[in-house]
Every structure is written in structure tokens, then in C-alpha cells.
Design a protein around this ligand. Sequence first.
Ligand code: UDP
Length: 337
Amino acid sequence: MKTILVTGGAGYIGSHTVVSLVDQGYYPLIVDDLRNSSPEILEGITRLTNHSFSHFSVDICDKKALFSLFNQFSIDAVIHFAAYKSVGESCAAPLRYYQNNLIGLLNVLEACERFSVRKFVFSSSCTVYGEPEHKQVYETTPKRLPESPYGYTKWMGEQIIEDLHRNTLPFETICLRYFNPIGAHPSGLIGELPVGIPNNLLPYITQTAAGIRDQLTIFGNDYPTPDGTGIRDYVHVCDVAEAHVKALTYPGAAPLEAFNIGTGKGTSVLEMVHLFQSVASIHLPFVYGPRRDGDITEISANVDHSKAVLGWEAKRTVAEAIRDAWHWEQQRSKSDD
Ligand code: UDP
């Protein structure tokens, strides 16, 4: 059985990936100090996987502790999620973001090299495309400078990996460029745990519907889109998780390859609100506010390369993702009562 070290394996995408890995017969080692997660998620993973994983509470910026883990186990591949992910927070605390996201990545890459790991999967993001000239982006679309320190850490992460491969070919690397992962495991046992007020759209919507927030603010209705609100490519987190399992078996002709992880279909903020109302049969109070700094108008993925080369495509709809996110929110509200 192959052993996969998953940094940030208790996080939002990480936890769903761990469940998919176990489903496909891998043994995940979760490395996560739970600073952005909770024992509740580990409990959910345990119930879904019947204890078929290990968890180590290690900060990946602690190189000694990280290397000692690599020394202890024979690791076949690494999937690296552990990073801070809030655009707004990164503008307020850039040093914290650069320190955690870049030092963490450098330590993990050094460990992979030192301990002869054969495969490395990096959590990248569509932020590397910036505000694209054409709304649908290919992996070959030129990268643009990001709008935030968070975006730069992903952009620089890809650059560091590319530089590493230019001189040596230490291991195969796959960069998965996520578009907008949403939803939760259909069991309602794991899902997104926003810390404080959610930054992302769907957690804000579900918390508003649950009565935790008064109303949703739609950031801008004067964008050059059919209904004036921003358009994104929302993709079910379980589909995103499965892309990582595909990445492990992908033979990887090129030492470094990037894949878009989206559906190919854009949905506006207003369409998301209407879809939520029809899926949950709940009226959602919202107001229009000004545009949010750093937001782009529209982006969606071209997924031809992911389909043809990685053999991956999203199987679930946005409506299913909304249903699962709402189920997860309701489970959580129940457990908080
Ligand atoms: N958005 C919004 N209100 C919110 C949160 C987000 O109108 O409370 C909009 C945001 O402006 C963008 C879309 O929802 O057009 C997706 O934002 P999110 O933060 O979820 O993801 P991003 O694309 O910024 O990574």
C-alpha cells in the first residue's frame, strides 16, 4: 500500500482528499497542526475511513520535526496543501503569509529531495492567471502578476518548483490550479470550517441562511457581466479531491505539469444566490455593496488538458455542491446547539 504524506490534510480540500485516498487504497499520513482546522474534522475523517490514516500535529515550518517524519516513514508521494489562504488577510499580514506559505513549501521540497520522494503534488490556484485577457483560461495562458500576497505565494510556489526542475529533476511535480472549490462531503461529516467571518461566497451564504449572519453582501453589481456580478468557476470539493488521486497515478512525461481544476462553466454571484434559494428552499437576504479590492470580473477553466491528459473531470454539479454545503452547515448548526 502506498504511503502519501498530506500536509494540511485536516484542512478543507486536504480532508476530502484524505478520504478519496483511503477509498482508492492509499495510506495517508496527515501532517497538520490544526491551526485552521479542528479535531471535529479528524473525527469525521476517522468515521469515513475507519481509522485508515495517521495524524501528526507538526508545523511544516519546523524543519527538524518535519524531517524526522520523513525519516521515520517510507513516503511514496507528497500532497502539499498546508498554507494560509485568505486574500484579504494576506494583504493585512503579508509577512505571516510569505513566512508560512513559502518557508513551509521550501521545507517540504527539501525533504522530498533529501528523502527521495518520487512525486509531489502542489496546491496551486487560478490566481496565477490574474485578471485574464480571455475569460476562459488554458494552462498555457500566460501567468500574470497576482493581486495579493496570497496570490504571490502561489505564483512564487510554482516558480520555485519550476526553478528546481530547471537544473535537476529530483521528482515529478504536478501543480493543480484550483478554481473555486465549494461544497462538502455528502455525508455531512467533513466540510469547510471558516475561521470567524467567512471570506468566501458559499460559506457566507450558508451561514446567512442558518441565521449566523444577517445578510449577504454581493460585492459589486456593476461588472461587465450579464447580471453585473462577478463570475467564477465553482467546483465540488469531492471532485477536486479526486483530481489529487488522479495526479498520483499520472505517469508524468514532463517533470512539471499544471492542470486546471474547474468545471469549465462560469456562474455569477447572483446565479449562486438564486441556485441556493431553489436548492435549500430558503429566502436569502442580500444587499449590493461596493466591489471588493483584488477581485477580478470573470474567470473559468478550460479543462480539455485535465480531461485528456490527467483523465480527470468534474462529475458533480454546482447545485449538488450547494446541497452538500447546506447539509454540512445544518449538521454543524445542530452540533453547536
Ligand atoms: N463574494 C460576494 N460576497 C461575499 C463573498 C464573495 O459577493 O461575501 C463574491 C466575490 O466578489 C467573487 C465571488 O463571490 O465574485 C467568489 O468569491 P470567493 O471569495 O468565494 O472566491 P475568490 O474567487 O475570491 O477566490
